[in-house]
Design a protein around this ligand. Structure first.
Ligand code: IVH
Length: 746
């Protein structure tokens, strides 16, 4: 087997080498030291002990001691980074491999295992930043495995304990986020708590309240009019997560601002929920979904089965697993088919998952089986190994972004990965690249981080060409030759030249993009021609373009030129937030731009943020300058050059609209005010007329076709071309459950 090196700076090469050769091995024995980490693999005790791999049997005691010391140290480091700092360096898969390797070494060398320093027990996500609160009922994790045999052994054990082998199970997605327990008393949300050490966790209520879909109160009357008992007290367990679309948006904004992107949606969720500014939680699009119950008084408020639980949650107004995202199975024979069905459906999920959770369906039987120290005996998580491919780095190129950030990109020999052909992967930034030491000519392993973005996760060092040299990060901008620079505290290396043509091209692309002024017909070739020939030297120049120039210089046909000019004209009356977003104010993306536009109400008020020094010192104008977006806008408009630029736009006819944005928030409590929905396909329970009625009752509008103005497309079974159109235009897509959540959440 080839010898890949995983990209783990802190882990000695020897460990990565050995561990990586163990990709598909089954887990065999439980071990007390493992029972504290949330990604524990606690295999079925009745599974037959697997044979030790030759790579362990061959080791001398001295080698085993050295390796176990290194593996345990790597596990301890990973635990600390994961739980305490929410900034892991390695993925679950690599982590689980380390644990498996440690287990093998411990089994083969029990004497040595006792003398090597143990992994400190953490399994505790408390950060020290929040108040600690006790869970009423212990907050459990799950047993986890990558091996089918462990799932089968789990089912056999359950069947034996309950004395029958035709038991009903449910297979649910394993959401990849951050576990939370929401406590409702008399129907009111009183607290949201992290798992912590299982007994007590961090009180993150303030941050949880900023989640867009967490209701403050439980409804006693479901949307369809049926009554449901609201318990006196209930702990509802679920996961805070970031949908893929939000993950992509947040990372794009961070990269543009020169900040390190999040490695995957889980890190984004975990990193955000445990920081101290709830406004950041709102901006980063975090959501919650519920899937289990801790304490519930009275128990009769609950249904009899797990598969009915999501329906009950929804009746109370809580976001829950959609009906078509959980699979029933009876007995061991059907379990694997259900897991497979989930695996096939998974690429269509808008949220990150890393496996399937198998749960015994009857809540009474769940109670009968009970739980161990950290995990229930009635459930097991089967984790999907990430899709991985090997390919060669043909070149490392440098992209210059609109803010001048230089991003290294690996140009790869095209390779198939999880259904798409990958030819490029971001290498993030100079520091990351230097640390990983990826070289032109290297054979690398790529995975899709969070299922969407290909990332280089390993190098096959055995195949490194002799002549492969370390990559020398350029000291000059590859586009304009200006010196590069680094701002204090930033990972980004930037081109120092404001007039750099590569930056200008990107700024124009951004300005004209769908989330900004939506100027049609300003594609890359046209932009290139306009910049090269000096017709657009800055953004306001777009409004000085003449028909004759477009025909002669940009080589556009008459029709295209006219369409482009018409679109430029229309953009002068775009909504204010679009113009604010288009300006490219550092730290201000689309969400913050909407926020700013709503709060300030007019372009004049926005500009005044920078000039009104009396207000800037205090809060006399009612503006909260502690807010990061407000601060960023204030700093931006305090720059005379920026004010002059905006004045130039205004002189050229820019008159952004504000009415639509304000209307969206005018009616407090109207969940869908200002939002435009398009329905497609057959929804599981609502007819078109009912869905329309609900949307309109919540202040929204239903439109017939998808355009850039569409806020959401609601898709059911057999959706039509509207769904395609939504994807093309990046319009978020909701299913019925998500729609009801959005309309119903208090
Ligand atoms: S049930 C008592 N169901 O995975 C059982 N957990 O890595 C409580 N998770 O601790 C958990 N999706 O944070 C359950 N459908 C699902 C889940 C799920 C994700 C999380 C949960 C758990 C962790 C283990």
């Amino acid at each position: 087997m080839l010898s890949p090196i995983l990209l783990r700076p802190a882990l000695p090469v020897i460990v990565a080498l050995v561990c990586f050769s163990r990709v598909a091995a089954a887990v065999d024995e439980p071990d007390a030291t493992y029972k504290t980490h949330t990604t524990d693999i606690i295999p079925a005790t009745e599974a037959p002990a697997a044979k030790l791999p030759a790579s362990v049997a061959r080791l001398s005691p001295e080698e085993a001691r050295r390796e176990l010391t290194e593996v345990r140290a790597a596990i301890a480091r990973a635990d600390a980074l994961y739980h305490r700092e929410a900034a892991p360096e390695i993925g679950d898969f690599e982590y689980d491999q380390l644990k498996q390797r440690a287990a093998e070494l411990e089994r083969a060398f029990p004497e040595i295992a006792r003398s090597v320093p143990p992994v400190p027990e953490i399994g505790d996500d408390r950060s020290g930043l929040f108040q600690t609160v006790r869970h009423r009922e212990r907050m459990l994790s799950l047993e986890k495995t990558y091996a089918e045999a462990d799932v089968r052994a789990f089912e056999k054990r359950v069947a034996k304990q309950l004395g029958r082998d035709d038991l009903a199970y449910v297979v649910e997605p394993k959401f990849d986020g951050f576990a939370v327990s929401a406590v409702y008393e008399k129907g009111r949300l009183v607290r949201a708590v992290t798992r912590g050490n299982g007994a007590e966790g961090d009180d993150i209520t303030a941050n949880a309240l900023a989640l867009s879909n967490l209701p403050r109160t439980l409804r006693a009357m479901a949307a369809d009019g049926t009554a449901s008992v609201v318990p006196d007290a209930i702990e509802i367990r679920g996961e805070i997560f970031v949908p893929f679309a939000e993950f992509a948006r947040v990372n794009a904004e961070r990269e543009a601002a020169g900040e390190a992107p999040f490695a995957n949606p889980r890190n984004l969720a975990a990193g955000t929920i445990r920081q101290l500014d709830p406004r950041e939680v709102a901006r980063r699009g975090l959501r919650v979904v519920f899937y289990a119950v801790g304490e519930c008084v009275p128990l009769t408020a609950l249904p009899a089965t797990q598969h009915e639980l999501p329906g009950r949650f929804r009746a109370w107004g809580l976001p829950a697993i959609a009906a078509d995202q959980a699979w029933p199975a009876r007995g061991g024979a059907e379990l694997w088919g259900a897991i497979d069905a989930l695996r096939r459906a998974r690429p269509g999920f808008a949220f990150p998952t890393d496996g399937a959770v198998v749960k015994l369906d009857s809540l009474a039987q769940q109670r009968e089986l009970g739980a161990g120290e950290n995990a229930p005996h009635w459930a097991i998580a089967y984790k999907f190994a990430p899709d991985r491919a090997e390919t060669q780095v043909r070149a490392i190129t440098i992209q210059v972004g609109r803010t001048g950030v230089l991003t290294p990109v690996a140009e790869l020999a095209p390779v198939e990965l999880a259904g798409s052909t990958i030819a490029r992967a971001t290498l993030h930034n100079a520091d990351d690249l230097a640390r990983k030491d990826i070289r032109v000519g290297d054979f690398v392993y790529i995975e899709k981080a969070g299922e969407i973005i290909p990332a280089v996760v390993g190098i096959d060092l055995a195949r490194r060409p002799a002549e492969a040299a370390r990559f020398a990060f350029p000291e000059k901008c590859p586009a304009c030759g200006a010196a590069v620079m680094r701002r204090a505290g930033e990972v980004a290396v930037r081109c120092s030249n404001e007039a750099c043509p590569a930056q200008l091209r990107r700024r124009i692309e951004h300005f004209a993009s769908a989330g900004c002024l939506a100027i049609n017909g300003l594609g890359p070739a046209t932009i290139d021609a306009l910049v090269e020939r000096g017709l657009v030297r800055n953004l306001p120049d777009i409004y000085r373009l003449r028909r004759a120039e477009l025909l002669a210089v940009a080589k556009l046909g008459e029709k295209s030129a006219d369409q482009l000019l018409a679109s430029i004209e229309t953009s002068k009356h775009a909504e204010l937030w679009r113009f604010v977003n288009a300006l490219g104010i550092p730290q201000v993306g689309a969400v913050a731009a909407r926020d700013l536009a709503r709060r300030c109400g007019s372009l004049e008020a926005l500009i005044a943020l920078g000039s009104n020094t009396a207000a800037a010192n205090g809060k006399s104008d009612g503006v909260d300058r502690a807010d990061p977006a407000m601060r960023a806008a204030t700093a931006y408009f305090a720059e005379p050059a920026n004010r002059a630029r905006v004045a130039e736009f205004v002189a050229l006819g820019m008159q952004p609209r504000v009415a639509a944005v304000r209307a969206a928030d005018a009616e407090p409590g109207a969940k869908a005010a200002g939002k435009i929905f398009v329905l497609t396909g057959t929804l599981p329970s609502l007819t078109r007329a009912q869905a329309t009625e609900k949307i309109e009752a919540a202040g929204g509008k239903v439109a017939a076709s998808v355009s850039r103005a569409t806020t959401f497309v609601v898709a059911g079974a057999d959706p039509g071309a509207k769904l395609e159109q939504a994807r093309k235009l990046n319009v978020p897509v909701l299913d019925e459950a998500a729609l009801l959540e959005l309309l119903g959440a208090d």
